[in-house]
Design a protein. Structure first.
Length: 762
């Protein structure tokens, strides 16, 4: 829209320029024409004056032969004028008036002065003078005696104010025509430029954009300003499609050969990618294992959240160090003096290094993360708050994490995987000290359009911090495109859009879509077979779920997850389709999150109240429509609920990926589940066999729940098998392998380097 307005402004500018030139030429021509016609009118008056002089000259001669005081009597009424001819006058040789018409008399002094001024030797002359504010045209003829001496001067006087009036009228008419012509020209130029060039080129630009980011855009725009452009555009589309198909087929073939990635295969691949003597270092704000106090004794729990779910299996497979903020009440007691311990507690295989923050540092640092950057990137209608004091702490804490990374690496070599928006400045901070290290930043949340990022007062610092990485990963191609557009608009940068590389101040950073995934449930130590059946039966009994179908949701309690929208749609489903009351229960596992922030506490309270209201409205003695289980559940419980649910609901208002959708697919061993998935979750790009909904559309959402519970068995199985295949083939090990392969071998890469699609191979 903005670009269309800019384009229209540009056309208008061209139109105004052309119109300006035409207007100037028209004005000059009209002015010249008016002058010319004024000269013709004056000549005409002079001709009439000359004719009158000739007619009266004999009579004037005769009158001058007599005494001077009788000239007037002899001339009589002949000197009076009519209409534009004011009349005539006779002057003596000394330029004193001898006789004058009645209308000329008032102007005698002015005429006499003019006669004085001019040489008596001139036989006749015409001139214009202004008397009493009127323009008068006088024609004077010298009358000579036989000996050549001056006998008198005969003067014919015209009032020529009509010539000025006529010229003025002509000028006004002419300027009006010029103005109308100019206006018409502006409209024509702007209209024709818009229709013939701007609009088709705008369509062409839109189409090229779609060709770049979509899988199968429609054919190129039909009408373009030149035939050559049409044929070249068709050729470009054909080549692009061919290249894309080849890449797709190549990737498909590679995937077919490689198919499923395992932790063992990732380990081998990681050794290849890391090289000898390079350790893997992960840095994130959330820790993979947190120690809380239960009955006065430390107890390890896994905090809920996508970063941990995704990265822990990678470190378990590859080993290394994970640096994170220690938040558990018993965290200090379970770590050594340097904040280090080995994890997972059951089978230690990598080091966790905890970083400590004071309460004041904690509040300001997470204030910047959760009040500013999070709502800016996740478009869930929460207004970001940018506080300078928070930013100062954000910079300081990023420095602390970067220092911890550098301390862990010491003089050695490492590949550093920096995680998410809480660490945006860490890549450049590490790079400043160790330019040789290979650094990757993975951004777990969406990267919105440049317009959304523009509002951030620290946008440039954040971008420069991120660009310290050799590779920046996002979940989707769309986020990569948005990121490059942001760089393009905000920084002085060279972009290679073919290879998705941004070069700023001589350093190149690759930008890649790397959709994150999850680990197979079997590797997470959860029950299977009979043990799982027992856990499911126990949970059904505990929560009074016998004999009902279960729709499940598993989320951190966060505004972006669309939990009120989910409850509202479920209530509407019960209202609209009463035949399902008593037969379906929504079990919502809700992990409290960011409780140090008031709006998160309020959101949890609102959710609890809303669930109670719905329960009061629909519950019967034997059935409760919503079971809201507010807790951070262990993996076994999450898995059991996901496997027993015939429907899973993910209704994010905006989500980078959403791992729960994938966890549900992997939990459905009987292929009888149905996934309802928000179109605003990144996962919807990959899991197209889900029922994709708009969570804001309560009507559509409620209908989707109905469709899911009533879906025929065969359709459920078909959809779930296709979803399963997709998640099996794109598990977390493959993601990690592609991420490691994507980090260039040497840092400080330049755009000239070969950087084709990232396909991990072992
Ligand atoms: P999140 O939004 O935290 O992180 P999400 O993809 O929703 O991540 O995954 C949440 C994880 O926490 C899942 O593994 C889920 O099982 C677990 N979980 C949720 N509620 C729980 C509960 N009550 N008890 C126990 N476990 C629970 C960010 C981005 C996402 C992106 C991930 C990974 O916001 O868009 O998918 O990172 O990149």
């Amino acid at each position: 829209m903005t670009s269309a307005i800019l384009q229209a402004a540009r056309s208008l500018r061209a139109g105004l320029l052309i119109a300006g030139v035409v207007g100037l030429l028209g004005t000059a021509f009209t002015w010249r024409q008016t002058r010319h016609e004024r000269a013709i009118d004056t000549e005409d008056i002079d001709r009439r004056a000359r004719a009158l002089s000739h007619v009266l000259s004999y009579t004037v001669h005769e009158a001058l032969l007599g005494p001077a005081d009788q000239v007037a009597t002899r001339m009589g009424k002949r000197l009076d004028g009519y209409s534009r001819l004011l009349g005539c006058a006779v002057f003596g040789p000394d330029a004193r008036v001898l006789a004058a018409g009645s209308q000329v008399a008032p102007h005698e002094p002015a005429i006499a002065a003019e006669l004085h001024r001019l040489s008596p030797a001139e036989p006749e002359f015409s001139t214009t003078l202004h008397a009493d504010g009127r323009p008068l045209r006088i024609r004077a003829e010298r009358l000579l005696r036989d000996d050549g001496t001056l006998r008198g001067t005969f003067v014919v006087v015209h009032d020529v104010s009509f010539i000025d009036e006529r010229a003025q009228a002509r000028l006004t008419r002419g300027m009006l025509v010029v103005l109308l012509t100019t206006l018409l020209l502006v409209v024509l130029v702007v209209g024709v430029t818009w229709l013939a060039y701007d609009r088709p080129l705008q369509h062409l630009a839109d189409w090229m954009r779609r060709l770049r980011i979509e899988d199968s855009p429609e054919s190129p725009p039909g009408w373009l300003p030149s035939d050559r452009l049409v044929s070249e555009t068709h050729r470009l589309a054909a080549s692009y499609r061919a290249a894309r198909t080849a890449t797709f087929e190549g990737a498909h073939e590679a995937a077919r050969v490689d198919r499923v990635w395992t932790s063992g295969r990732l380990r081998t691949h990681a050794l290849d990618c890391l090289g000898i003597g390079n350790q893997l270092v992960v840095v994130s704000s959330r820790e993979p294992y947190m120690h809380v106090l239960r009955d006065g004794r430390p107890h390890a729990v896994v905090p809920p959240g996508g970063v941990v779910t995704a990265l822990d299996p990678v470190l378990q497979a590859c080993g290394g160090v994970w640096i994170a903020h220690g938040t558990g009440a018993a965290d200090r007691d379970t770590a050594d003096a340097g904040g280090r311990l080995t994890v997972p507690p059951t089978a230690p295989c990598y080091t966790l290094r905890r970083v400590w923050l004071t309460p004041a540092e904690h509040d300001a640092y997470y204030g910047c993360c959760n009040d500013a950057i999070w709502p800016m990137c996740l478009l869930a209608h929460e207004r970001p708050v940018f506080r300078t004091s928070d930013w100062t702490q954000y910079v300081a804490m990023n420095r602390r994490f970067a220092d911890a990374v550098l301390e862990e690496i010491g003089g050695g070599n490492a590949v550093v995987l920096v995680q998410d928006y809480q660490m945006a400045l860490v890549p450049q901070m590490i790079r400043d000290v160790r330019p040789d290290l290979r650094i990757c930043l993975f951004w777990h949340i969406p990267w919105p359009s440049v317009e959304a990022i523009r509002i951030c007062p620290w946008r440039e610092e954040i971008l420069r911090g991120m660009l310290g990485a050799d590779l920046i990963g996002f979940h989707l191609q769309q986020y990569c495109n948005n990121f490059l557009d942001t760089i393009d608009r905000m920084l002085e940068a060279r972009l290679d859009r073919d290879h998705f590389v941004a070069e700023v101040r001589g350093r190149a950073t690759r930008v890649r879509p790397l959709p994150i995934s999850v680990q197979p449930w079997a590797e997470r130590g959860v029950e299977a077979g009979a043990a799982l059946d027992r856990r499911v039966a126990a949970l059904r009994q505990e929560h009074h779920l016998q004999g009902v179908e279960i729709a499940v949701g598993v989320d951190r309690v966060d505004h972006t997850k669309g939990l009120p929208e989910r409850l509202r749609a479920f209530a509407h489903f019960l209202h609209k389709y009463p035949q399902h009351r008593g037969r379906v229960t929504l079990v919502q596992l809700a992990a409290p999150s960011r409780l140090h922030l008031k709006r998160y506490r309020d959101h949890l309270d609102e959710l609890v109240r809303f669930a109670e209201e719905i329960n009061q409205q629909f519950a019967t003695a034997a059935w409760q429509p919503i079971q809201l289980l507010v807790d951070q559940h262990d993996a076994g419980t999450v898995h059991a609920f996901l496997s027993m649910a015939s429907v899973a609901i993910v209704s994010s208002l905006h989500d980078g990926m959403n791992l729960v959708a994938k966890e549900y697919v992997l939990a459905q061993d009987g292929f009888q589940g149905c996934l309802i998935l928000s179109e605003f979750a990144g996962a919807a790009q990959q899991l197209s066999d889900a029922l994709v909904i708009n969570p804001y559309d309560t009507e559509q959402f409620a209908d989707a729940i109905r469709y899911a519970v009533e879906m025929p068995v065969d359709e459920r199985a078909d959809r779930m098998r296709r979803l399963r295949r997709q998640v099996d083939e794109h598990n977390i090990y493959r993601w990690a392998a592609e991420l490691l392969s994507g980090i260039p071998a040497g840092s400080a890469t330049r755009t000239g380097m070969a950087s084709g699609p990232v396909v991990a191979r072992s």
